[in-house]
Design a protein around this ligand. Structure first.
Ligand code: SF4
Ligand code: SF4
Length: 379
């Protein structure tokens, strides 16, 4: 009974807490800071399935041949993201889709967060966002994790899932300005020993390269104590295809796997499910846990069951901990002023029979985020 009460109040508590965070930050920040934050895209963007991507810098100097940020208008000139740490927290708190403790935070999606120019900003963002919002954190990096960086990351979410990218250990042309992959793995091992939740990030899987090196990559990583891996596909534009060919990749093999022909700067996914299965098989043989998506790893290391998308449910061993009852959802709907007729809940779905066919999309998104379940509206 005590446990039920705890779950019941926690949903509403979280939404109340968000209001308080906003009030506290409004008292702290000047008008200019509030305006800058409210105009920023972190205040408006809907989180992606992997969570809310948080930009710690603009541009990236690592110049990876497979990188799509250069097709999105970013350059190799790097600058820290222009918001101050408390401004980014305020922007996220203004975002109607973000819920404290529940929205997954993904640092490093359109840049390497730990470049010399951006490392301080990245660490300060991670620390401040954790302090106020407690978002389960994940960061992807190709940087060498120094002692200072490890301490910095741990000053935020102590369970931060650090994804250390390695897709080749021999072809340096693919990542000409990123640190040596062996050094990355060695520093990841150090981070593990200091308590960070490190996973090998095998993304993007480049057909003809990553699959031929997979045994070596996995064995070196396992040998250094890394016990999990996240796999991810390659997406190409015409420019990336040319780059990869220039770096020795088998262009024909990549083209054979394309879902459609890339045009202009549009990214097209390269089918790699067979390669993922191959990597998974060997990784599991040598004792590694394999995640199919970055969010699966983030939820796992934060002890969360999740059934939001069709790839799930994920982390079913944690299901019991996140049991939900109809009354939890009903109370939340009442709190959010959503008129409903009936609510049905199971491990994967929440079905809500609503009085009005149109229910605010933010409301549905909030219930999904808070409960980690799909919401289906019935009229
Ligand atoms: S480190 Fe990431 S963002 Fe930077 S160039 Fe490489 S793939 Fe792009
Ligand atoms: S169900 Fe799994 S893959 Fe889907 S959003 Fe949740 S953690 Fe990610």
């Amino acid at each position: 009974m005590f446990w039920r009460k705890k779950v019941l109040t926690s949903i509403i508590e979280l939404l109340e807490r968000k209001k308080k965070i906003l009030r506290d930050l409004e008292d702290k920040l000047g008008a200019d800071s509030r305006r800058r934050a409210s105009e920023d895209h972190h205040a408006k963007r809907r989180p992606r399935p992997c969570g809310m991507t948080i930009h710690t810098g603009v541009g990236c100097s690592y110049s990876c041949a497979y990188c799509y940020i250069y097709d999105m208008g970013f350059t190799s000139n790097v600058k820290p993201y222009p918001l101050k740490p408390e401004e980014i927290v305020y922007a996220l708190s203004l975002n109607p889709y973000v819920v404290p403790e529940r929205t997954l935070a993904a640092y490093g999606s359109v840049t390497e967060p730990f470049q010399p120019e951006t490392s301080n900003t990245a660490v300060e963002y991670m620390r401040e966002i954790w302090k106020w919002l407690h978002l389960p954190s994940q960061v992807s990096t190709k940087a060498v994790l120094t002692d200072e960086l490890i301490t910095g990351i741990k000053s935020g979410d102590p369970d931060t899932n650090v994804l250390v990218t390695v897709i080749t250990v021999s072809n340096r042309r693919l990542e000409p300005k990123a640190p040596d992959p062996i050094e990355r793995i060695e520093s990841a091992s150090k981070a593990l020993k200091k308590g960070l939740k490190v996973s090998l990030f095998i993304r993007p899987i480049i057909p003809g390269i990553t699959d031929t090196e997979l045994n070596r990559i996995l064995e070196i990583s396992a040998d250094k104590g890394i016990k999990s891996a996240v796999l991810g596909s390659l997406r190409v534009t015409r420019r990336i295809l040319r780059n990869l060919e220039n770096c020795g990749a088998d262009r024909k093999e990549i083209e054979r796997r394309l879902l459609k022909t890339p045009r202009n700067n549009k990214q097209v996914e390269v089918k790699t499910s067979d390669l993922k299965n191959m990597i998974k098989k060997y990784a599991e043989e040598i004792g590694m846990k394999v995640f199919r998506a970055a969010c699966e790893a983030n939820t796992y290391f934060h002890g969360r069951y999740c059934a939001i998308c069709s790839m799930g449910p994920c982390n079913t061993e944690m299901k019991k901990k996140s049991m939900l009852e109809e009354s939890d959802v009903k109370e939340t709907l009442e709190y959010l002023n959503v008129p409903y007729i009936d609510v049905k809940v199971n491990d994967n779905f929440i079905k809500i029979k609503v009085k009005k066919p149109k229910v605010n999309k933010y409301t549905m998104s909030i219930i999904t985020t808070v409960t980690y379940r799909k919401v289906i509206l019935l009229e």
